[in-house]
Write a protein that binds this ligand. Structure first.
Ligand code: DUC
Ligand code: ZN
Ligand code: ZN
Length: 473
């Protein structure tokens, strides 16, 4: 009997700390050898000329979430995980969203049912708490946090999701007691309402005004408020989807005070600007870029790069939140034509996250390959309790691997992607570096732009306490 089910031979392995030449031996879905030579495998893959990277972990992905009356998210668990796999990912972390008036536990059960049998790669759920009733605070949330759902997101904006300051403090307090991590969507509800109503009164309703309605000040204020509440309660938080310098300054300030504040940014904040929302003569195609926080300007992009290089950011996620464009159940919802206020917020990006950061970061020499691995895989696993099972290439880890051609040039186009959306915000964007094969728990799930794995192979994972995998790199 062969010693290994699979050997990946002749490639260059990269982890968050090292880059070295090695073969990788895999048995029963796990890495069992990383050595000069691995021989005696049932199947061999020649990785010469390729990088052997830990599969991407995308810890900020929205799938099958209810998104308002008549609006339908463009991906279910099958298409989202297929798209992720084709983009070099082996695990995504979607959200189980509590709708107001519903039990949190029942919502989690619903999402787990939707994911069951549908996923091409593993998934691990965060929660979204929108209705912190005494029952949720006293029983449901603590029980779920204890049972492996060890992080949850809260929103400081959106009519259906916003928590007020008292509610934020209450859920932060539960997180502190249970050792959980709170992900914060930091944009201030009242300031956005004020700006939105003013813009609408002035007749400025095109998609572009979405960006005007939530300037960086709004994000900065909410980031500061979230940090202050977290300091008061003494709980670690993650500020998600940071878009520019103002929020970054708050995060640096918090860390200088010794506070445990993590930070995440996304491809849209290094590649898009508010000008993209202007589209052609302010037409509705600007809706393709409506996401929150909105993309800013060139100076903000430069600030985000500085944060990626200097370690302000721990994770680089997609915030994949896909809606179809040419669809009344998507970006072109009839109400959305009357005002940017009603255009569903979010853009697809789970498949393009890794190529964009690799190309713009590693190929240009802005960040090292090790930092790329930390930002796209290892730190997600460490922060969210998936380490040492996922997030590195070492003996004992799941055999989750992306084979990466660092020299391959591609142009991102809708027709080569696998998501459920009918467009990509990066149409025509040229990249250097592309995933040529994705191996999940030892199985080839995507190869040369084709998804070859089985629906249902991916499992819903339980997690350990946040940060249990050690400090981020
Ligand atoms: N926040 C997200 O994290 N994703 C999409 C929309 C939003 O506001
Ligand atoms: Zn958000
Ligand atoms: Zn999001």
């Amino acid at each position: 009997m062969p010693d290994y089910d699979l050997a990946i031979r002749g490639g260059t392995v990269a982890t968050a700390s090292d880059v070295f030449r090695a073969d990788v031996g895999i048995r029963a879905g796990r890495i069992v050898a990383v050595a000069d030579r691995v021989e005696g495998a049932a199947r061999e893959i020649d990785a010469s000329g390729l990088l052997v990277l830990p599969g991407g972990i995308d810890s900020h992905v929205h799938v099958s979430q209810p998104s308002g009356p008549g609006i339908v998210m463009a991906d279910d668990f099958a298409s989202a995980t297929a798209s992720a796999a084709a983009g070099g990912n082996t695990c995504i972390m979607p959200f189980a969203l509590q709708q107001r008036g519903m039990s949190l536990r029942a919502c989690v059960d619903d999402y787990v049912r939707l994911a069951d049998g549908a996923c091409h790669i593993d998934v691990a759920f965060h929660l979204i708490v929108s209705d912190p009733t005494p029952e949720v605070l006293g029983q449901e949330l603590p029980a779920l946090l204890k049972s492996g759902y060890s992080s949850f997101k809260v929103f400081m904006t959106y009519d259906d999701l916003v928590l007020n300051d008292r509610q934020l403090l209450d859920v932060f307090d539960v997180a502190r007691r249970e050792g959980a991590l709170v992900m914060v969507h930091a944009e201030g509800y009242d300031a956005i309402r004020f700006m939105t109503e003013r813009l609408e009164r002035e007749g400025r309703t095109a998609p572009y005004y979405h960006a005007v309605s939530r300037p960086e000040i709004v994000e900065r204020e909410a980031t500061h408020r979230a940090i202050s509440h977290a300091e008061l309660v003494d709980v670690p938080i993650m500020i998600v989807h940071v878009s520019g310098k103002e929020a970054m300054e708050q995060i640096r300030w918090a860390r200088s005070r010794g506070l445990k504040v993590h930070a995440e940014t996304c491809p849209q904040y290094i590649t898009l600007t508010a000008d993209d929302l202007q589209a052609v003569d302010m037409d509705m195609s600007g809706a393709k870029y409506v996401c929150s926080p909105p993309p800013r300007d060139a100076a903000s992009q430069a600030a985000i790069w500085e944060g990626l290089e200097q370690g302000v950011f721990d994770t680089f996620s997609s915030d994949h939140c896909p809606f179809r464009f040419d669809d009344p159940a998507g970006k072109l919802t009839p109400k959305g034509r009357s005002s940017f206020r009603w255009v569903p917020n979010g853009i697809p990006g789970v498949e393009t996250r890794l190529p964009i950061l690799f190309s713009e970061g590693v190929s240009t020499g802005r960040i090292s390959l090790q930092r790329f691995v930390a930002l796209t895989s290892t730190n997600h696993a460490r922060i969210y309790g998936l380490y040492p099972r996922k997030g590195s290439i070492a003996v004992g880890f799941d055999a989750d691997i992306a084979l990466w051609d660092p020299n391959r040039r591609e142009t991102i186009r809708q027709e080569i992607l696998h998501h459920g959306a009918d467009y990509t915000p990066w149409e025509g964007f040229a990249v250097t570096g592309w995933p040529v094969m994705t191996v999940a728990r030892g199985e080839v799930v995507a190869e040369n732009g084709r998804v070859v794995g089985q629906k249902g192979f991916g499992r819903a994972l339980e997690r350990t306490a946040p940060g249990a995998g050690g400090t981020v790199l």
